[in-house]
Design a protein around this ligand. Structure first.
Ligand code: FAD
Length: 450
C-alpha cells in the first residue's frame, strides 16, 4: 500500500495533497463525472514528471494530465491516482523562423498572444482558445481552417514528451516518427506532452465574416462541400439553428483582408444558394475574430451556465449520410431543448487534409463535424444522465451509418466501442501502449482498456 508519506518523500514539494487542491481537480467542464485523486503534481521540471511516472507505473497508480480542464466526461481525471497540473510549467516562445515552442500546459490564447506581435498565427485554431496545447493536440483539434490545413495536431513540427515508462524523448515526423504519430490525436495514452513546436503562418490584419442563412439543408450541405473543396474562404464553419423555422442553417465564412483592400462581396458569394436578403457581413481584426468565443464565455459565466453540466456530443458524419442523420437527430424529442438553448455546429472537413494517423474519421472524401452542445440544468443529475443516454442513442444510430465520434464527448464508450472506433489501427495502438506505457497507468479517464 502506497502512503501519502511515501509519495511526498519521492516527489517532494511539487506534490500537493491538500483537500482544496484535490477538490479543484475532481470535476471538469462537463461537470458530469467526479473523481478524487490522491494527489496533484505541479511539476517544476521534466524530471518531476519522469520521477512521477517511474514511481506510479510499477505501483499501478493512475496518472492523468490536466491542462485547461475542459474535458466533458472525466477524460483528464485520475480516480485515486495523481493528476499532473501542467499549467504552471513553462512559457511560450520565443517565436523564430515561423515557429514557436509552446509548453503543453499553456492555453491557446497565450500561444496567440505570443505569436501575433510577430504577425504570425497557428494555421488552425479551435473555436475556443481556453483549452491547453496538450489537451487539444491529444484530441486532434478541429477548427474553421481545417478544410484547408487539417487538424491543429497536423501543424506540429516536433514534440517533447515523457512516456508512460518515464522516458524523456523528442520526436517529429523524421525523428522517432512512431512515437510522434502515437502521441498526436492519441488521447494521452502513451505519453505526457511536455512541449510542442508549432508551425506558424502570417496572420491577416483583418477578416470579413459572412453569415449566410439557408432555408434548405440539402443546399446548405452542397454549398459547404463546394466551399470546402474550392478553399474559397480561409475559415468555414456552420450551424443548424432548430429554433429558427424560416432559416434554420447558417454558414459562417471568413475571408482575410488588409483593411485597405476589402474582399469583393459579390465575387466571394457567387454561386451560393443562401438567402441573399439575409446576409450579415462583419469586419473584425484577426485577434477579435480568433477570440470570438471569449464573449460567450463571459456572458455564460455571468449567467452561471458556464459552470452547469455540459453533456456535449461531437460526431464526424460521412458526407453521404449527413443529411438524414442531421434531420433524424434534430427531430428527436430527446434533443428538443436545442430549440431553446445550446448550439449545433455543422461544418465540413476534407479527409485528405486530416493527417494524424490516429485521428479517426468516417469513410469518404468529405465529412461533417456535427456537434450537439447542450447544457443541463444544475442540481438535476437525472436530467443530465438522460441527456448522456440520448447522446449514446444518437452515437449508435450515427455509427450504424458510418459516423465516428470525435472523442471529447460526454459519452460512455465500452471496450467494443473503442475497438470499433480505431478499427484496423486498434492493434497498433495497443502495441504502442504496451511499449510506451507498460503499466497502463496513463489517462484512464477516456475508458480505453488494453
Ligand atoms: C467551450 C469549448 C469549446 C471547444 N471548441 C473546440 C473546437 O472548436 N475544436 C476542438 O477540436 N475542440 C474543441 N473543444 C474541445 C477541447 O478542445 C478538448 O476537450 C480538449 O481536449 C480540452 O483540452 P483542455 O486542456 O482544456 O482539457 P483537459 O481536460 O485538461 O485535457 C483534455 C484531455 O487531454 C489530456 N491531456 C491534457 N494535456 C495533456 C498533455 N500535456 N499530454 C498528454 N495528454 C494531455 C488530458 O489528460 C485529457 O484526457 C472545446 C471545448 C470547450 C469546453
Amino acid at each position: 500500500m502506497t502512503t501519502a508519506h511515501d509519495l511526498a518523500a519521492h516527489l517532494g514539494p511539487a506534490l500537493d495533497t491538500r483537500p482544496d487542491a484535490l477538490h479543484d481537480v475532481t470535476e471538469d467542464f462537463g461537470h458530469l463525472v467526479r473523481a478524487v485523486p490522491r494527489a496533484v503534481l505541479r511539476p517544476r521540471s521534466v524530471a518531476d514528471i519522469q520521477r512521477l511516472l517511474e514511481y506510479a507505473g510499477p505501483r499501478g497508480i493512475p496518472v492523468s494530465v490536466r491542462g485547461g480542464g475542459h474535458s466533458m466526461y472525466g477524460q483528464g481525471q485520475a480516480d485515486g491516482g495523481i493528476v499532473v497540473d501542467l499549467r504552471g510549467m513553462g512559457p511560450v516562445g520565443p517565436v523564430t523562423d515561423s515557429q514557436v515552442v509552446a509548453a503543453a500546459g499553456v492555453l491557446w490564447r497565450d500561444v496567440l498572444a505570443a505569436t501575433l506581435p510577430h504577425g504570425l498565427t497557428p494555421p488552425v485554431l479551435t473555436d475556443y482558445l481556453g483549452a491547453s496545447v496538450g489537451g487539444v493536440l491529444s484530441a486532434g483539434g478541429l477548427g474553421g481552417a481545417g478544410h484547408r490545413h487539417g487538424l491543429v495536431a497536423d501543424q506540429v513540427l516536433e514534440l517533447e514528451v515523457v512516456t508512460g515508462a518515464g522516458e524523456h524523448r523528442f520526436c517529429s515526423p523524421d525523428r522517432d516518427p512512431e512515437l510522434f504519430h502515437t502521441v498526436l490525436a492519441g488521447l494521452g495514452q502513451c505519453a505526457v506532452i511536455v512541449s510542442a513546436t508549432l508551425r506558424l503562418v502570417p496572420a491577416p490584419a483583418r477578416v470579413r465574416r459572412y453569415c449566410l442563412s439557408y432555408t434548405d439543408l440539402t443546399r446548405f450541405l452542397a454549398d459547404q462541400r463546394m466551399l470546402a473543396e474550392e478553399g474559397r474562404f480561409a475559415h468555414l464553419e456552420g450551424q443548424a439553428r432548430p429554433a429558427d423555422d424560416s432559416r434554420p442553417y447558417l454558414i459562417e465564412a471568413v475571408a482575410p483582408h488588409t483593411g485597405q483592400l476589402p474582399p469583393d462581396d459579390a465575387l466571394m458569394l457567387t454561386g451560393l444558394a443562401h438567402d441573399p436578403t439575409a446576409v450579415e457581413t462583419t469586419d473584425l481584426s484577426y485577434a477579435e475574430f480568433a477570440h470570438r468565443v471569449d464573449t460567450d464565455e463571459e456572458v455564460l459565466t455571468e449567467t452561471g451556465e458556464w459552470l452547469h453540466p455540459h453533456p456535449w456530443l461531437n460526431l464526424l458524419l460521412p458526407h453521404d449520410r449527413a443529411e438524414p442523420l442531421v434531420r433524424a437527430v434534430l427531430a428527436d424529442p430527446a434533443f428538443s431543448d436545442l430549440r431553446e438553448t445550446g448550439l449545433v455546429l455543422l461544418y465540413p472537413l476534407l479527409s485528405a487534409r486530416l493527417r494524424a494517423p490516429l485521428f479517426q474519421r468516417p469513410p469518404g472524401d468529405v465529412l461533417y463535424l456535427f456537434a450537439l452542445l447542450r447544457t443541463a440544468p444544475p442540481g438535476s443529475p437525472e436530467t443530465a444522465a438522460a441527456m448522456v443516454a440520448a447522446n449514446r442513442k444518437v452515437y449508435e444510430l450515427a455509427r450504424s451509418q458510418g459516423a465516428v465520434a470525435y472523442p471529447v464527448n460526454a459519452l460512455p464508450m465500452s471496450d467494443t466501442d473503442w475497438r470499433d472506433h480505431y478499427g484496423s489501427r486498434w492493434q497498433a495502438l495497443a502495441d504502442a501502449k504496451r511499449r510506451h506505457d507498460p503499466y497502463l497507468v496513463l489517462t484512464r479517464g477516456h475508458g480505453l482498456r488494453f
